[in-house]
Ligand binder design. Structure first.
Ligand code: G6P
Length: 489
């Protein structure tokens, strides 16, 4: 799918909370970092392909030093392809809108990972105000009265309606990167109607799976007076139509891995680095340190496997890369403490001498570093308790151009709806995950290849350009229809 054809000269604006490039002040001066965010991983290649402007919260410690007077910075830094326009938030705005309503309210509300959402009126007020600030930035950046605005995620549920009010002819495509819960669960949000009305300012509202779309339609049906066409998956509210569709997100398929070290080199160097013998078995986990990711359950599965298959003690290690995330929230600090305590306990139980069954690397790793681990590990474990898509699963598959390696994947990820050849597990069922992990590390090469090949061909075809292309094609059709209707009227 050719993005520039779908867009045919239209102006594209993206809005997200997280920015694609963070300028950080470090001991070596200012360094550019890529954040650990599935959203950024997915949307960035799209922006590179179609240029335009990306509006995001400037949160890097040296962001302010990297912009010109208009708060705009051309990115990627070494090879500019589009503009990053930063919005600066006060500490209070960030606390209420980002930490508070988005991450203590909506995040646990939508994930249902048994962490109780917290709703405070003061957070909500900041959430409304910050949505308005970003909507104003969209309007100010827009050069035409009918731009294509791509709104990303749960930080901006109100923004579609705000932009719609200011730019009635805009095509607003909102993508919700996290799950959408059932009406009962969603109903505890004190501002559920406002959130739904805000989202219905969108021309298209996208989720990863048909299941999330269905949950959304049912939630709207329960709490708002609208007309819903279930067959067409449209909602008509206040004389405007919103198309609700599923668009499973993906990654940019790496055409060749030849700029990467070879598989054998990765296998050897990662093992050497950790003082492990060449035939040592490795598992890899890569997540933000977040309670939705099932990291504790994953470690318990490792423990259970070593208990049940003692021949693997001393022979198997799980390397867990865990990027710190939202760490000023208490829930995240507690979670990190629990993760560290569990690693210590399991290592004390099964470790000896140099051997540790779990190696925790709780720091930021860039894409090349992560790739090296993917290429070195026999198994990748993705055990989210609930996850919109989970792109780590797809990245592991993309990294295995040798067609080896096994993916153990939670059935509660969007990815599980596509990657049928992974070993699907219920992460709440520790014994089952342990047995799947055992099956993965002992899987014959032929079976690994068959499964990997099939998943590789799927991720290659259904890549991120396809995700964006399908959405933009649908938008182009609706735009065309709108133009014809206006002419007739
Ligand atoms: C999830 C969300 C993204 C977010 C990312 C990282 O993938 O869907 O919107 O950017 O987590 O979280 P953070 O709070 O660090 O941006």
């Amino acid at each position: 799918v050719l993005l520039h054809e779908e867009l045919a000269g239209d102006e594209v604006l993206v809005v997200s909370n997280r920015e694609p490039y963070l300028h950080m002040r470090t001991r070596n001066g200012i360094e550019v970092q890529r954040p650990a965010s599935g959203l950024v991983t997915a949307v960035e290649p799209v922006m590179r392909a179609c240029s335009g402007t990306w509006i995001a919260h400037g949160s890097g410690s040296a962001d302010k030093e990297s912009v010109d007077r208009n708060d705009r910075v051309p990115v990627p830094p070494n090879n500019p392809a589009y503009t990053l326009r930063r919005v600066w938030l006060s500490r209070e705005e960030e606390k209420g809108y980002y930490y508070g309503f988005a991450n203590e309210g909506l995040w646990p509300l939508c994930h249902i990972a048994h962490v109780r959402p917290v709703f405070r009126s003061s957070d909500w007020e900041q959430y409304v105000a910050v949505n308005q600030r970003f909507a104003d930035a969209v309007v100010k950046e827009a050069r035409t009265d009918d731009p294509v605005v791509l709104v990303q995620d749960y930080h901006f549920a109100l923004l579609p309606r705000m932009v719609r009010d200011a730019l009635p002819k805009a095509t607003i495509i909102t993508f919700w990167h996290i799950p959408w819960s059932n009406p009962e669960s969603f109903g505890i949000c004190p501002w559920r109607e406002e959130i739904l009305e805000g989202l219905l300012g969108s021309t298209i509202l996208g989720f990863h799976t048909p299941f999330h779309c269905k949950n959304f339609l049912e939630t709207v049906d329960r709490y708002l007076e609208t007309r819903i066409e279930h067959e067409a998956s449209t909602i008509s509210f206040g004389g405007k139509l919103t198309q609700v569709e599923h668009y499973p997100i993906s990654i940019a398929w790496p055409e060749q891995m030849h700029d990467q070290p070879g598989i054998e080199e990765c296998r050897i160097s990662v093992r050497e680095e950790h003082g492990l013998p060449a035939d040592h078995l490795l598992g890899i986990g890569v997540d933000r340190l977040d309670y939705t990711k099932g990291i504790l359950e994953r470690f318990q599965a490792v423990e259970r496997m070593l208990e049940a298959h003692s021949n693997l003690v001393g022979k198997f290690t799980m390397i867990q890369i865990a990027a710190p995330s939202r760490s000023s929230l208490e829930e995240y600090q507690n979670f990190e403490a629990r993760v560290r305590a569990m690693v210590q306990r399991i290592n004390a139980r099964f470790g000896s001498g140099n051997y540790q069954p779990i190696i925790l690397k709780a720091e930021h790793h860039d894409a090349d570093q992560v790739n090296r681990y993917f290429r070195a590990a026999e198994v990748c474990m993705v055990t989210s308790l609930h996850d919109g898509m989970n792109l780590v699963a797809k990245e592991y598959i993309a990294a295995r151009d040798d067609e080896r390696g096994v993916l153990v994947l939670s059935q509660f990820t969007g990815a599980a709806r596509e990657l049928h050849e992974a070993l699907l597990v219920n992460p709440y069922h520790i014994e089952q995950s342990a047995e799947s992990l055992y099956r993965a590390v002992t899987m014959p090469e032929v079976e690994q290849r068959d499964r990997m090949r099939s998943m590789r061909s799927l991720v290659k075809d259904f890549n991120i350009y396809r995700w964006a292309g399908r959405m933009l094609l649908d938008a182009a059709r609706l735009r065309q229809r709108e133009r014809i209707m206006t002419r007739i009227r």
